[in-house]
Design a protein around this ligand. Sequence first.
Ligand code: SF4
Length: 485
Amino acid sequence: MERLGEVGEFGLNHIPAKNAACESGPEGSNPSLSAIGTERSALGVAVHEELFLRYWIETLGCPKNHVDSDKLAGLLVSQGYSVAGSPEEADLVVANTCAFIEAAREESIETVLELADRKGERARLVVTGCMAERYGDELATALPEVDLVAGFGESLTEVPSTPVALRRRPTPAFDLLNLPRPASATPWAYVKIAEGCDRRCGFCAIPTFRGDQRSRSTGEILSEARSLVEGGAREIVLIAQDLASWGHDRRRAGRGEPVEVLDEGGTQPLIELTRRLSREVDRVRLLYLYPSGLTSGLIETILETGVPYFDLSLQHASRSMLRAMRRWGDGERFLERIGAIRAADPDATFRSSFILGYPGETEDDQRELLEFIEAAQLDWAGFFTFSPEEGTPANAMDRQVPHELALERLREVSEVQDSITARRRDALVGTRQRLLIDAPGVGRSVRECPEIDGIVMVEHSLAVGTFVDCEIVASHGTDLEAVRV
Ligand code: SF4
């Protein structure tokens, strides 16, 4: 896209294929575009004169952004909008962008330009999401096609006094978290339980534009989960930048949170929340667990839910690399925890993500990581090359690793993991698994997280949204094949 050359101010100076992992990052993301929205008929308060206005939202980036888009859709519906069949038919076209890594920023800009071409002459084009928050002023200047650049939680429908304005607040105390959302189109749904992050990992820019952690209350989360369950969701996938720390900010701030968040028995707040949610929905799955947050109480709770799935954000195994990343732990501690979980439940499933080529990474660090990957025998793993991000400590660090070398390391470690994943999938042939049917011909056991892991192929006649006991009869790389028993 030739316009990309003009947008170097958004940090688009490097062209990695895949990039740095993070609790918020692409290890949990489906980077493809998707359009969302559920049609409803309410005529709204904000659409005073023009009736039958229609919206279109394009979403980029991680699951958290998809939840934001759901909420934007819910807000627009409450204002009288209904979903359009295409960007060409919409009166309001929204690009919900991702700014996590360079490749994501490029894709966001390309999408905005494509939407500008496709939208009707009178339609308004709004850019929101992480890119708007992080590069709002530059976007507003560089993209005259855009009518409004809106920060998190800012109005998309308000007509600005100037053609383009950034509605930025320093760090929004309340953004999209507690907006209504439409029913889930699938039998599972993400629920975002906090926004922002209190950690300051060396490679991650998220806290600079998403701010410190702001946890939703137990009541708000339960209420959203209940409405999703009423709408047909059988599995709730909890997400946040640093899920295991949910509730700590509320406790610190002393906001008079009711007892359930105030750490019953001195445990972490997420434990009680997980227990309560698991009483309301068939499956509760937790994503993005920072390893020091994986306490014995939380491990026990996750095992009790019947979804023994552990998505650990490890990022490396070498102690010196992890310290350089300003993160907790080392390969030995990670293996201890994984071993303790497997001792309690041999069927536990593990996923993690790792960064290759962080500044200062040596061949010894790479060897440590390879040894860890062999020893840990994770079911699933994502690998990303380091991407220097503006405003992060790692950006200014010496001993940057050439991108080609990082890619070479990524290929080496991916090859080892691919054969581990395939072996672990093969070992499931002949076992019985309870599957949630996500779509015709597609099921998932507790071992597969939606959108991220493999699937289980089943006969098309199995009803979507039901649980079916099946036997695994074949393995095809990451995917399995099963028949009803
Ligand atoms: S700073 Fe927070 S969001 Fe970023 S990688 Fe660290 S824990 Fe994740």
